[in-house]
Design a binder for this molecule. Structure first.
Ligand SMILES: [Zn+2]
Length: 260
């Protein structure tokens, strides 16, 4: 039972091969995937995929920070309608990204907060995208987040991880922790309690070693999980069972009501 808690299986690049990729994942023991959607088209595709593979798919949708310039109230209303429908499992990925463009930070923050409030009203966990924006992201989460939090593809510093853990969150690790030149990733994994760790691919990006340079796919998450197990000095089966329990605990109604 290996888990890919973050893959973009319905993006334009992967969707034409979605069935094939689902099947190779399941064959590799990756039998639960959370499909991340960044627009309505990807989300509609993901609904079909979930209908086809109900036991293997969880579904997430959120407006990406880079789209903050163009998202309207109507777009937020559309997301809220779906969030309330019971069809979505997680709201995200949402957050702040100052890596590419710092010219619209205020718009990004506004969009982030509006989506956290939707998640609060819908009682949905949130998946957080945080890139070169740790301080602002943490400040906003501390003030507004009331549902369980996943820090997707965590690559922050140790103090930021410790602050994130205080929010009762899950820390999700992706392919970069398998890269030789990544010094911070192993330190973060070693210092993260095992009951707060998740594994992900972020497919089609960031393929782990030994697939680095290839287009990433959910089946490859097994390599990242193996690396996490190595850093934690445990075996892959034990680690993967723990990750599955961690992931499913996000959907436990008790964890919602305690924080709300
Ligand atoms: Zn993503």
């Amino acid at each position: 039972m290996i888990t890919d808690t973050h893959c973009h299986l319905t993006c334009d690049e992967l969707y034409p091969k979605a069935d094939e990729l689902m099947q190779s994942a399941i064959d590799a023991g990756v039998d639960l995937m959370m499909v991340m959607c960044t627009n309505k088209e990807e989300y509609d595709r993901a609904l079909l995929l979930k209908e086809k593979y109900p036991d293997h798919v969880k579904l997430a949708w959120g407006w990406f920070p880079e789209d903050a310039k163009t998202i309207t109230q109507a777009d937020l209303d559309l997301l809220e309608e779906e969030a309330m429908s019971g069809r979505m499992d997680v709201l995200g990925e949402i957050g702040l990204d100052y890596y590419w463009d710092q010219s619209f930070k205020e718009e990004q923050k506004k969009l982030f907060i509006a989506q956290l409030e939707i998640a609060n009203r819908a009682g949905l966990p949130v998946s957080i995208h945080m890139r070169d924006a740790s301080r602002d992201t943490m400040d906003i989460l501390e003030a507004h987040a009331k549902t369980p939090i996943i820090f997707h593809c965590f690559s922050g510093s140790l103090p930021i991880m410790q602050e994130a853990l205080k929010l009762d969150s899950m820390i999700s690790f992706a392919g970069p922790i398998t890269y030789k030149n990544n010094k911070q990733g192993p330190v973060n994994v070693q210092n993260c309690p095992i009951d707060r760790i998740l594994s992900e691919t972020d497919s089609p990006y960031l393929a782990p070693v030994p697939y680095r340079g290839k287009r990433n796919q959910p089946a490859f998450v097994a390599a990242t999980a193996q690396k996490i197990a190595d850093f934690k000095e445990t075996d892959a089966d034990t680690l993967n069972a723990q990750i599955r329990a961690n992931f499913l605990s996000l959907f436990d109604p008790r964890s919602k009501s305690e924080k709300a």
